[in-house]
Design a protein around this ligand. Structure first.
Ligand code: BES
Ligand code: MN
Ligand code: ZN
Length: 516
């Protein structure tokens, strides 16, 4: 899908469908919607008066212009017609509490409705919310671009039949006011950078584990880094052994696919400031290892690299946006398999910091690879480190699916910044306790800590990870309830991979940049 920006009157846009909007309860539309209403001889007003459209959120109405109103150069527009054959009115809901999330939603609902129309490949839209709602034109345009891209995502298909050209080919954002055009263009560029990065993360999560091995993940990260202009280093297993990453390597022991440790760096020219570090769990497939998972639903464990996908996607967006802040992304990529060389329950392993861990369950592997990744992060003397991991099934029991991810932190300021970034981006979090008492269930008889406590609450999982986070403020996000959807969640979030975390991390990095 191609995004464009144009100045002018949307009634004159030469596309398959134009998109305008309506707040709930409005009976006499104004602005661009009013102009389209007049061009259609009051069809929108009549639709409202008949009670068939009320402007409620997540509803649309489709109207057809006169049959000959198509070709450029004819008199259609002059006569007060439309150049496009169709117009879609998208409901904005109540004008009270109309925030940027509602703008994104409206754009997504419109793009989804447009994509369902067989004859529609090109659309033009106004910037929802930049008119009477009074939102900043750049911020509103960003959400329009983002919502359009998120709704238009299509997962890769592996069938032999030539894929039917599905979905929209282009979206033109039309701004009437010349004075606002530059802001709108800037917003669309930003929304596009973020939207494409979310879709990259979705692609990684959707890809099956036989194709997306740790080596393939590292190759994709390297290719992205070259395109965006990030530095990229990949450690192989020999290099990881050299670093002393014995806890991470224990998880990889049973797999024929070697582990890869990906480090991405975005640094503004000349910057040597303490970096913000993002760490993502990259288990390309989690069988549970010797503590084997049950068969039902195991296929979904291809999503166990959702944390790494969020970090790689966020680094893509941060690079493209040129965020004025040094940010490092770390993605330990490992496959958790059972074979004759696999690590076992009862094994005691030693990581980079020298700390020993007793393995109770080989299925509690995420915290093990994070242990060495977080120990590695310390060498950069970071200002803060945030890890994202599909860590526990229990987080979904606690918070439900696809509403909020779990937040665990030992630093009040970082926790606050993350909560704010969640609210701003619409990728929300909820804080969990980190009392010292949660430490007790992971005390080991033989080693310094053990990797599983049974049913001792989600906080003891975070407490295990905390053991390996010395020297910096740290937060852990358990995103196991957010990365893969059984069915479509809303217009902007399809069935399958959600790309959760990219928008949140970009919002955090940008807020950090603005504050420093
Ligand atoms: N990758 C899983 C967690 C998971 C579960 C992610 C469901 C997505 C959906 C993780 O490695 C795991 O197996 N966790 C165990 C932890 C237990 C052994 C302490 C779990 O949640 O059961
Ligand atoms: Mn597991
Ligand atoms: Zn796992």
């Amino acid at each position: 899908m191609e995004l464009r920006v144009e100045q002018g009157n949307i009634a004159e846009s030469d596309v398959d469908l134009i998109v305008v909007n309506l707040f709930a309860g409005v009976t006499a539309p104004g602005g661009a919607t009013g102009a389209i209403d007049r061009a259609l001889n009051g069809a929108i007003s009549r639709l409202i008066a008949q009670g068939d459209f009320s402007g409620e959120a997540e509803t649309t109405a489709l109207l057809y212009a006169r049959a000959n109103g198509g070709a450029a150069g004819d008199e259609a527009a002059d006569e007060g017609g439309l150049r496009a054959p169709r117009a879609l009115i998208v409901g904005l809901g109540s004008s009270e509490n109309f925030g940027i999330g509602e703008i994104r939603r409206a754009a997504a609902v419109a793009a989804q409705a447009a994509a369902k129309l067989k004859g529609v490949k090109s659309i033009a839209t106004i910037v929802h919310g930049a008119g009477i709602a009074g939102h900043d034109a750049a911020a509103a345009a960003q959400e329009v671009a983002l919502g359009t891209l998120l709704a238009s995502y299509r997962a890769k298909q592996y069938g032999r039949e030539a894929a039917v050209e599905a979905g929209l080919k282009s979206c033109t954002v039309v701004e009437y006011s010349a004075a606002k055009l530059e802001d709108v263009a800037r917003g669309v560029t930003r929304g596009e950078a973020i939207g494409r990065a979310v879709c990259s993360a979705r692609d990684l999560v959707n890809e099956p584990a036989n194709l997306l091995t740790p080596v393939e993940m590292a190759a994709r990260a390297r290719a992205m880094a070259a395109e965006v202009g990030l530095a990229c280093t990949v450690l192989d297993e020999a290099a990881m052994a050299e670093e002393g990453m014995g806890i991470l390597l224990a998880v990889s022991q049973g797999s024929a696919n070697p582990a890869q440790f990906v480090i991405l760096e975005h640094a503004p020219v000349g910057s040597s400031e303490a970096p913000l570090i993002l760490v993502g769990k990259g288990i390309t497939f989690d069988t549970g290892g010797i503590s084997l998972k049950r068969t039902g639903g195991m296929w979904a464990m291809k999503d166990d690299m959702g944390g790494a996908a969020a970090v790689i996607g966020a680094m893509e967006a941060i690079g493209r946006l040129g965020v004025p802040r040094r940010v490092i992304g770390i993605a330990p990529c490992v496959e958790n398999m059972p074979d004759g060389e696999a690590f076992r329950p009862g094994d005691i392993v030693t990581g980079m910091t020298g700390k020993t861990a007793e393995i109770i369950s080989t299925d509690a592997e995420g915290r093990l690879i994070l242990a060495d990744a977080l120990a590695y992060a310390a060498r950069f003397e970071p200002s803060a480190v945030v890890d994202l991991a599909t860590l526990t099934g229990a987080i979904g029991t606690a918070l439900g699916m696809h509403i909020r991810a779990g937040l665990f932190s030992n630093d009040g300021s970082l926790e606050e910044r993350l909560m704010a970034a969640g609210d701003r981006s619409g990728e929300r979090l909820w804080p969990f306790p980190m009392d010292a008492a949660y430490e007790k269930p992971i005390k080991s008889d033989m080693a310094e800590v053990k990797n599983s406590a049974g049913r001792a609450g989600v906080s003891s999982s975070a407490k295990f990870i905390e053991h390996f986070t010395e020297g910096y403020p740290w937060a852990h996000l358990d995103i196991a309830n957010m990365v893969l959807a059984d069915s479509r969640i809303n217009a902007e979030t399809p069935k399958g991979a959600t790309g959760y975390g990219v928008r949140l991390l970009v919002a955090l990095a940008e807020a950090d940049a603005a504050a420093s």
